[in-house]
Design a protein around this ligand. Structure first.
Ligand SMILES: [Fe+2]
Ligand SMILES: [Fe+2]
Length: 193
């Protein structure tokens, strides 16, 4: 799905199911990071009106997701825990070209963002299929559809503005890189864990 090279081992869901409070806290912070990342892309690339328009909308959706997760946390009598680090995302971050032209950096950041959406989407799909909790199963199905749309937005802008860059080849390199990273995950009750 979404051109990922490696599928998540479904046994990861059994780990998640044992600690709903932890996955919800981790998930809430993933949404916060997604909103922050969209705003950072806008800050660094403000001269593209269509990108600013669409990413403002995307950032709002991510904040809405954050709120939705927080509502579930409250409903279940939990409290949002402290911010969690996302070592998967931190490892993926290393792929990005930081010293080249602004355009190259923008394309890389858009592809990096698309990849996180793609993996999150794959994880949400698995949760929606395998979780026995009906509320969470439906919740993850709805979010999966929204994150798939975000993937398309990021990839679309990378292709649109990266005309002088071989975006498909760069994406393939990232797919290979991500497969190496994700190999070591699937063992913790976090969205990318
Ligand atoms: Fe989201
Ligand atoms: Fe998203």
């Amino acid at each position: 799905m979404l051109h990922l090279k490696l599928a998540t081992d479904p046994r990861w869901v059994n780990i998640v199911e044992k600690n709903t409070e932890e996955i919800l806290t981790d998930h809430a912070w993933c949404e916060q990071k997604a909103a922050t990342n969209a705003i950072t892309i806008i800050t660094l690339n403000s001269e593209y009106p269509d990108l600013v328009t669409d990413l403002l909308l995307l950032a709002q959706e991510e904040l809405e997701h954050f709120q939705m997760v927080h509502n579930i946390i409250k409903k279940r009598g939990y409290t949002l825990g402290r911010e969690r680090k996302d070592s998967y995302v931190n490892e993926l971050y290393k792929f990005m070209n930081k010293g080249g032209s602004r355009l190259k950096s923008m394309v890389d950041r858009l592809l990096f963002s698309a990849m996180i959406e793609a993996r999150s989407c794959e994880r949400f799909k698995l949760l929606s299929k395998e979780l026995k909790d009906p509320e969470l199963s439906k919740f993850y199905r709805d979010l999966m559809i929204s994150e798939a749309g975000h993937y398309t937005t990021f990839i679309g802008f990378a292709r649109k503005y990266g005309q002088d860059i071989d975006v498909d080849q760069r994406w393939q390199e990232l797919v290979e890189f991500e497969a190496e990273v994700i190999k070591n995950y699937g063992k913790e009750e976090t969205i990318h864990g």
